[in-house]
Design a protein around this ligand. Sequence first.
Ligand code: BG6
Length: 467
Amino acid sequence: GPQFGQVVVLFGASGDLARRKLLPGLYHLCNAGFIPSCRIVGVSLDDMDADGFRQLARKALDEFGSRRVSDADWQAFAGNLDYVALADGAAALQAAVARAEEAMGVESRRLHYLSVPPSAALSAVRMLGQAGLVERSRIVMEKPFGVDLASAVSLNSQLHEVFAEEQIFRIDHFLGKEPAQNILAFRFANGLFEPIWNRNFIDHVQIDVPETLGLGPRSGFYEQTGAYRDMVVTHLFQILAFMAMEPPTALEPAPISEEKNKVFRSMLPIQPEHVVRGQYAGYRQEEGVDPTSETETFIALKCFIDNWRWAGVPFFLRTGKRMAEGQRIISIAFREPPKSMFPPGSGVGAQGPDHLTFDLADASKMSLSFYGKRPGPGMRLDKLSLQFAMHDTGMLGDVLEAYERLILDAMRGDHTLFNTAEGIERLWQVSTHLLEAPPPVRLYPPGSWGPKSIHQLIAPHAWRLPF
Ligand code: BG6
């Protein structure tokens, strides 16, 4: 673990992400001994005291934590929690951090976690500057980083007035998922697929992340954000980069970022006519939502990486709320063989092309689907598959969740799984056409796969999901 005592200053401490992931994650890291000594100072707009914050944290652990919390463990953790209301200002924050450091009595480092919407990020950064909490500090910036190119450029430059680049960790929790990192292992540790990982053999790629979840208490944030900013320009493009990048010269932050950024540089601007924006019926009636809202709760798009390896290969991305199923898959469709000798009606090709699928569910799964002969007279083909599930290997043990892994990496100063200013700015640049001239939102029934036009978008191919 990190060698120093850690003071975590958690902005947005009462928000959805803090309650769902960050507080349970920090609890697990402390409880399991990954962080030798840790104090957490919550900060948010809410007017409460340290006891109020402890209650909130306890509820969050009970509701969202994956482990039962014993009373003794809770007491040990709760003693490390403190709270400052934003209204109390920089001096109160400085005093709370000083108290925490004194209580730990060891040399400490600070991790400032900004779990706040883009509009609030800068004032939190300034408050840290005013409070003198820059030295011995690292800062984690949640996504989305800005809301467009101009705001990201300005956020980066104002951030750099307070923090040096090596102190900044732009997080994208999809990169902390085990199966996402397994894409790198799969691609770069094996000879089998390396020769065919390009436009000559791959017909198209799908990155499909439907969610069944609605928005609930997040609709205020989401109204300003929408599916594209919440999921595509962030998580889905990061996964795309892992799928598409060239082998880095080393598994280190700079070479990895360089290869990812080359993918982003090669992306063609997203064309609004290659985008389907959807909104589930009933969204406008939800609390906190404008009754005439044009915010998309669903998006599907086609994009291209115009480089030597991928020119002409469409990448289809889709994600949305209140859809039929929760899935996170990447599916690579191979090109048809040059000639088919199978008689019409044999079934060849009838179930789409042969393909390789990565499932980004919490434990990696993979499958390779191919046509094979169905036993019996004649030559009838069926789609068969080879399946791998990490779950069956017995190797899973007590795995760190994505956020836990990344928080620990940030505490250790390891940037490998974080994003650079350049990469993020380029992704906003690629998005500019779309953000300036978004196609109208189309309604879709909750529990469906999105508006009907998703089929035209992908034709003559078909969405791999539902399985
Ligand atoms: C978050 C988005 O970053 O990722 C949410 O803001 C989304 O809208 C979530 O539901 C999905 O993450 P996961 O890890 O559950 O796939």
